[in-house]
Ligand binder design. Structure first.
Ligand code: SAH
Ligand code: SF4
Ligand code: F3S
Length: 443
């Protein structure tokens, strides 16, 4: 009987990309994918620890499967990702039923690690390693749009953030390896690629070589130009940009390269300079606004999205209002918002000026209301326009409709048959707008 595996993924796109790699490895080991964890002989929880609630969710899932394991001792339980990296051995003490605890840098070693488990060992793999290029083919969720890591890890030290601790120091893949992966994706029929890095502007600074002008030879901007002509790939996206390193050269290059979509994801975190300083972000609100102005001068229709945190330690009402002000002025197409969550091993968690939970949730609600109003305003510019929509899937709520994204990353629904339209870029006239999605008809 074929053994079945299940993977549940929490957290960001990097984790999703890692899960697709791990699924590819399990496929190659002749495991069969199971949607339902209760049917699986091997379960991987690929975990996130960015905020406390993300971490707690994992423990409740794990508790259920640990219980099932007491009746099915052959069940293999794996915790991968950022909670695994953060907790390491401590996870085994908390959930002794676990077979394997593996940090994100070990994702593409799953087969080796499982071999040790099947030999009867309980394995913890959290030591920092050089991430090897993959030989396995990822099993991707979408057949249209794929994620491709360009740089792993993060060398920043934002005072609230666990990522550098759990993802380790920056490791850029070579331009050749990235291009080869895109070429393979193009051959397989993928149309869109999103290039990933926690701080994608740092791409290349750990690779050898500088130009005669003293610039790193491999900047992210150079990478975009280098991979732009890959056959079959019609759209390129990337995330996440850091305001401290974001360059005008990148904006100009994006404008020049037709496959690069007009969408920038540049988290600002706070609209207040003292809070930004306490966060150690390394830029001011004014600098952030200048970046957005430059983008809009150069590409007036570009979509802008970002992340923001409310209730960072010491944040006063007036400082929070500076965040509201920035959101009001810029008018984001989308903003991911979060209440500050103190994380183990980060400096800000130890400060004694924490903001109360009530205050944080009140600020979060106020910010979210503004975000929605502004996003609805931004959506309206699409009304009556004809947009290029890359069709990804059926509308899960209405089987007569398909859904895809505009170049500016707005989710768009229109009547159509998924069998014939999947992976096609279709001209759609927008007839209805909502804050975060659009409806239209094929022209
Ligand atoms: N590398 C990206 C962010 C990665 S984490 C960047 O520099 O912008 C994704 C988002 O989670 C962050 O942008 C931040 O808004 C949020 N986040 C990170 N740590 C957090 C914490 N301790 N509490 C609340 N939100 C947090
Ligand atoms: Fe975290 Fe800052 Fe690195 Fe982003 S840049 S992953 S927020 S430390
Ligand atoms: Fe979460 Fe790790 Fe991503 S902590 S947000 S899964 S880098």
């Amino acid at each position: 009987m074929t053994r079945k595996y299940h993977i549940t993924t929490f957290g960001c796109q990097m984790n999703k990309a890692d899960s697709e790699r791990m699924a590819g490895i399990l496929d190659a080991m002749n495991f069969e994918f199971a949607d339902d964890p209760n049917q699986a002989d091997l379960i991987v929880y690929n975990t996130c620890t960015i905020r406390d609630n993300a971490e707690q969710k994992v423990y409740s899932y794990l508790g259920r499967q640990a219980k099932r394991k007491r009746e099915h001792p052959d069940l293999v339980l794996v915790v991968a990702g950022c909670v695994a990296q953060q907790e390491g051995e401590a996870l085994l003490r908390r959930v002794p039923e676990l077979d394997l605890v593996m940090g994100p840098q070990h994702a593409n070693r799953l087969d080796d690690l499982l071999a040790q488990v099947l030999d009867g060992n309980q394995v913890v793999a959290t030591e920092p390693i050089h991430i090897m290029e993959d030989i396995t083919k990822p099993r991707r969720d979408s057949q249209v749009s794929a994620w491709v890591n360009v740089i792993y890890g993060c060398n920043e030290r934002c005072t609230y953030c666990v990522v550098p601790g759990v993802r380790g120091t920056e490791q850029s893949r070579t331009p050749e390896a990235i291009r080869a992966e895109l070429e393979e994706l193009g051959r397989q029929g993928y149309k869109e690629v999103t290039l990933l890095g926690q701080n994608i502007d740092a791409y290349g600074r750990d690779l050898p070589g500088t130009t005669p002008e003293g610039r790193h030879q491999h900047t992210f901007t150079d990478l975009l130009s280098y991979i732009h002509d890959v056959e079959g790939i019609d759209r390129l996206r990337f995330a996440t940009s850091h305001p401290r390193y974001f360059t005008e050269r990148l904006i100009r290059t994006c404008r020049k390269l037709p496959k690069v979509c007009e969408h920038f994801h540049i988290p600002f975190q706070s609209g207040d300079n003292d809070v930004l300083k306490a966060m150690a972000r390394g830029y001011t609100a004014e600098k952030y606004c200048r970046i957005i102005d430059t983008i809009r001068d150069c590409m007036p229709d570009a979509a802008i999205s970002a992340d923001a945190i409310v209730g960072f330690p010491g944040e006063t009402e007036a400082q929070f209002e500076n965040t509201l002000k920035l959101v009001d002025e810029i008018g984001f197409d989308q903003l991911n918002t979060a209440a500050y969550s103190p994380r183990p091993g980060t400096p800000a968690a130890l400060w004694d000026n924490q903001v109360s939970e009530e205050e944080k949730s009140d600020r979060l609600q106020r910010l979210n209301r503004l975000v929605e109003t502004k996003a609805a305003e931004r959506s309206q510019r699409y009304l009556g326009r004809t947009e290029e929509v890359l069709v990804e899937a059926q509308n899960p709520k209405d089987p007569t409709q398909v859904m895809g994204r505009t170049r500016g990353n707005r989710l768009t629904f229109f009547a159509g048959d998924i069998e014939s339209l999947k992976g096609q870029t279709v001209a759609v006239k927008i007839t209805e707008t909502r804050a975060f999605s659009l409806t239209g008809e094929r022209v």
